[in-house]
Design a protein around this ligand. Structure first.
Ligand SMILES: Cc1ncc(COP(=O)(O)O)c(C=O)c1O
Length: 364
């Protein structure tokens, strides 16, 4: 039975990447050791981390005045690291279009009880279970604020921001965890981008941060591990980094570059692949996608429901038995969610649609 893994993260990795990692696992490029065993100060690993950075820079067209850092602590650590480094003594606005954006805001509020800065909720679509990207009046934003934080792809709710909003000149900071490399963004439009790797980049354990140099912290009081400047100046090697996760990420960057042909091509593939499922859901009067406005739809996470919770549960159970794994929606929204990140095969979407048609015919 073919298994299709619709997990929202950690998620499907490109098969050629896994095969290469397997082939190199015991003896990395004649070093006589595995990357799993290698010193992070060795020339071999130094080349891995530098190549990973160089290829990511090329893929995303990251300008020279931005630093690229590979950190630990997941996307969640960035919720605190970001205001610690960028917002002290200032206002920081949060555009909340999903549960992860709310977490970022909630963490900022918590931190502001002990660190002097003022997190402000710019807009939220929580009252309609984040079924759309909220809008706001840019003139309400204090132009002296540190940043406007937004989530480019709401993993749980299946919405995305492709055209950045007017923020009254205030720099934009983005959590790009679930659509980095799946849609084209202009890095220069952001002060900082962060992304947990475990969806479109690689395995869990590494978080990519891309930060414009003039936003690096100038004050020495931060813990070194939480200081972007120290991490950047150490070239992601301030302490022992998640070496194997960085290595796999490097292989994924190579895959996007050499086998796919870059981010624009990847984005086109994602639009077409997700479009197959969106079009089918739209044409069906049995399934519904809770995201109403097509322009807000994620190319990576596609939520949908049947007419009832009982049928949703039946769908998940039957799908699972047929090899469509991890398709249950997040507990906060229910229903189903097909996460079809960059490495997810198009055939998996086609086979899912066939199953959905059959389920519809049997249960309508
Ligand atoms: C958009 C987004 N931000 C942040 C996170 C949290 O990431 P982590 O589990 O790496 O802390 C997730 C996890 O799924 C996410 O989807």
């Amino acid at each position: 039975m073919t298994i299709y893994n619709f997990s929202a993260g950690p998620a499907t990795l490109p098969k050629p990447v896994l095969e290469k990692a397997q082939a190199e696992l015991l003896n990395y490029q004649d070093s006589g050791m595995s990357v799993l065993e290698m010193s992070h100060r060795s020339p071999e690993f130094d080349k891995i981390v530098k190549d990973a950075e160089a290829t990511l820079r090329e893929l995303m067209a990251i300008p020279d005045n931005y630093k690229v850092i590979f950190l630990q602590g997941g996307g969640s650590t960035q919720f605190s690291m970001l205001p610690l480094n960028l917002a002290q003594g200032k206002k920081a606005y949060y555009l909340v279009g999903g549960s992860w954006g709310k977490k970022a805001y909630t963490e900022a509020v918590k931190l502001s009880k002990t660190i002097p800065f003022e997190p402000i909720l710019l807009a939220s679509s929580e009252d309609t279970v984040y079924d759309h990207i909220p809008s706001f009046d840019p003139s309400t934003i204090d132009p002296e604020a540190a940043y406007v934080h937004l989530t480019t792809n709401n993993t749980i709710e299946g919405t995305a921001i492709y055209d950045l909003p007017d923020t009254n000149g205030v720099p934009i900071v983005a959590d790009m965890s679930s659509n980095i490399l799946a849609a084209r963004y202009n890095v220069e439009d952001f002060a900082l981008i962060y992304a947990g790797a475990q969806k479109n980049i690689g395995p869990a354990g590494v978080t990519v941060v891309i930060v414009r140099e003039d936003f690096l912290n100038d004050q020495p009081q931060l813990s070194a591990m939480l200081d972007y400047r120290i991490q950047a100046e150490a070239g992601s090697l301030y302490n022992t980094p998640p070496c194997f996760s960085i290595y796999i990420s490097k292989l994924v960057f190579d895959w996007v570059k050499n086998e796919i042909g870059g981010v624009d091509k990847m984005a086109e593939i994602q639009r077409e692949k997700s479009g197959l499922l969106y079009d089918y859901i739209e044409s069906s009067d049995f399934y519904t996608n809770p995201v109403k406005d097509a322009k807000d739809r994620s190319v990576c996470n596609i939520p949908f429901v049947t007419p009832s919770k009982d049928l949703d549960a039946k769908f998940v159970a039957e799908a699972d038995a047929l090899g469509f794994k991890n398709i249950k929606g997040h507990r906060s929204v229910g229903g189903m969610r097909a996460s079809v990140y960059n490495a997810f095969p198009r055939q998996g979407v086609l086979d899912l649609i066939d199953f959905m048609k059959k389920f519809e015919a049997e249960n309508k």
